[in-house]
Design a protein around this ligand. Structure first.
Ligand SMILES: [Zn+2]
Length: 430
């Protein structure tokens, strides 16, 4: 339709130029304007229209052609599956807002956004939010921007504080909601990403995910903004956030006292790269690996900007964890071990190669592999007995070469130590 409108515009232009009477120009220009407006509407409609099928066709109008290249290159088995996944992102600040944008551009199916804050002009030094969004809640502003970027993503905005009783209840019920994909086991979401900036909110996400048996990923930037980390938490299998609390909490120091008056770590220039580029990048990369099942999903990856150091480690759950839901998940995980082992064995057997297939169906020279024992007494044997009468081997066979030569001379007896000593003394005396 866009092409037809272009043709119509071109015809109107030709008609205008061919008119001898200039007084009729105004009428023609009116028509030209209407067609141009329709063209704009059609273009907008095309952009806004949801894409029904992801395809790998490399054309400018296909928003997924670059993403599907991952599948073409054999990195991911089925990239299209990304549309089936739901991800909940708690905290739409420095890390969360960038993570939501990248996931939206990747074509994720469903995003649930949680934050209690509003957009302020002071946030404009960061990525994502725009000045005209000042005053909007962060989740509503994010939905506005993200739906413009990719209308295929289903977005839910939750302006609430998860650390309040009411906020926590809404948070839990939204995670349980399976209206987006009723066939899902357990929660309605596939993954929860924690992008919050305080200990209490992390403990609340930890509590919710332990209760719901929901896998989640933690992310954080240090107060001095030169280091950060991402961490994968699978209830019962890995340490939960309460199993190994941060040093400051374990030492009994009040985390609130760490924040310096008038200093917002999120505004430090060092944070700009750590919080807005590196951390969301690492977090989304790990999210894609986890959801689409490719590569190694890191259990913990740290980043120290001053030393350019990326520490990684794995943390087992603490059997003395203070979180009762974590202890329950640990018990369930231990009880399910035989079933997991059996499933792993069955998978290994299923993936094992069956019978060796014939590599070359054509066998021009009739070459075949035979057992060594079949050679004994056969025509192809190299023993002299198998040769036709009157023919002998010029050279000995390889078997004869390998036989060690039999020495006829007896080995020279070695003089004993006393004898050698006497000879040495005689030499010295001479
Ligand atoms: Zn725990």
């Amino acid at each position: 339709m866009e092409g037809e409108l272009k043709e119509l515009l071109s015809d109107i232009k030709t008609l205008k130029n061919s008119l001898p009477d200039r007084s009729q120009y105004a009428l023609i220009e009116n028509g030209q304007g209407s067609v141009q407006k329709s063209g704009g509407f059609v273009k907008n409609f095309i952009v806004k229209c949801s894409i029904q099928d992801m395809n790998a066709e490399v054309v400018d109008s296909n928003p997924y052609s670059r993403l599907m290249a991952l599948q073409k290159m054999g990195i991911v088995d089925n990239y299209e599956r990304i549309r089936e996944f739901s991800v909940a992102i708690v905290g739409i600040g420095g890390v969360g807002s960038v993570a939501t944008e990248v996931l939206t551009r990747c074509g994720i199916g469903h995003l649930l956004l949680y934050d209690y804050d509003t957009v302020e002009l002071a946030n404009m030094n960061r990525l994502f939010f725009r000045p005209k969004q000042a005053g909007l809640t962060k989740t509503d502003a994010a939905v506005q921007t993200l739906s413009d970027i990719n209308p295929d993503v289903v977005l839910e905005s939750y302006t609430l504080n998860i650390t309040t009783v009411r906020g926590f209840e809404t948070f839990m019920s939204s995670l349980r909601n399976k209206s987006f994909c009723s066939s899902k086991d357990g929660c309605g979401v596939d993954l929860v990403l924690s992008c919050v900036d305080n200990y209490e909110a992390r403990m609340v996400v930890n509590q919710a995910c332990n209760e719901l048996n929901q896998t989640w990923m933690e992310s954080g930037v240090s107060e001095n903004a030169v280091s950060g980390h991402i961490q994968l938490l699978i209830p019962g299998k890995t340490a939960c956030f309460a199993c190994a609390p941060p040093l400051v909490v374990a030492s009994g120091i009040d985390a609130h006292t760490l924040k310096r008056e008038g200093v917002c770590a999120a505004s430090l220039p060092t944070t700009m790269t750590t919080r807005w580029e590196l951390l969301p990048g690492l977090l989304v990369q790990n999210t894609l690996k986890y959801l689409l099942k490719f590569g190694h999903v890191t259990p913990y990856l740290g980043y120290n900007a001053l030393k350019d150091y990326f520490p990684t480690m794995e943390m087992k759950p603490n059997p003395q964890c203070s979180n009762s839901a974590c202890l329950e998940r640990q018990k369930e995980y231990a009880l399910a071990k035989p079933a997991r082992d059996a499933a792993a064995k069955a998978k290994m057997e299923a993936e094992a190669p069956s019978e060796t297939k014939c590599l070359h169906e054509d066998n021009e020279w009739n070459i075949s592999v035979v057992d060594d024992t079949d050679l004994q007494g056969s025509d192809v044997g190299i023993s002299s007995g198998s040769l036709p009468e009157g023919i002998i081997h010029e050279l000995p066979s390889a078997d004869e070469f390998q036989k060690p030569p039999v020495s006829e001379e007896p080995a020279t007896p070695v003089d004993d130590l006393e004898d050698l000593k006497r000879q040495l003394e005689a030499l010295n005396a001479g």
